[in-house]
Design a protein around this ligand. Structure first.
Ligand SMILES: [Zn+2]
Length: 100
């Protein structure tokens, strides 16, 4: 059996990248933000998100607006959010995913 190289192509023909990385990467990060609300993020994932935000104006603007509500990527110190606040943030994230 011949080994087929499994190269993940980041090339997307539909939407040209406007900030140096693929839209899929943004969506992945935003989804993780959503998971963050459930205290589901490890330190390494926070690192990944922060790295992405440094390279992605779109996501950075979005997260900056959220940061007032959630202390993003403090990891150790997540404020307790009421279910309604969580729901609101989640809606914001979904909206941002759609805009991306
Ligand atoms: Zn992004």
């Amino acid at each position: 059996m011949r080994a087929t190289p499994r190269v993940m192509t980041t090339r997307q023909t539909s939407a040209p990248s406007h900030h140096g990385h693929s839209k899929a990467q943004c969506i992945k990060v935003l989804r993780r933000l959503s998971a963050y609300l459930d205290e589901d993020l490890s330190v390494s994932i926070c690192e990944e998100i922060r790295k992405h935000l440094g390279a992605c104006p779109n996501c950075e603007v979005f997260v900056t607006s959220l940061r007032e509500t959630i202390s993003l990527c403090r990891c150790a110190d997540i404020p307790s959010l009421s279910p309604s606040v969580k729901a609101r943030i989640r809606r914001e994230i979904l909206k941002a995913v759609r805009y991306h």
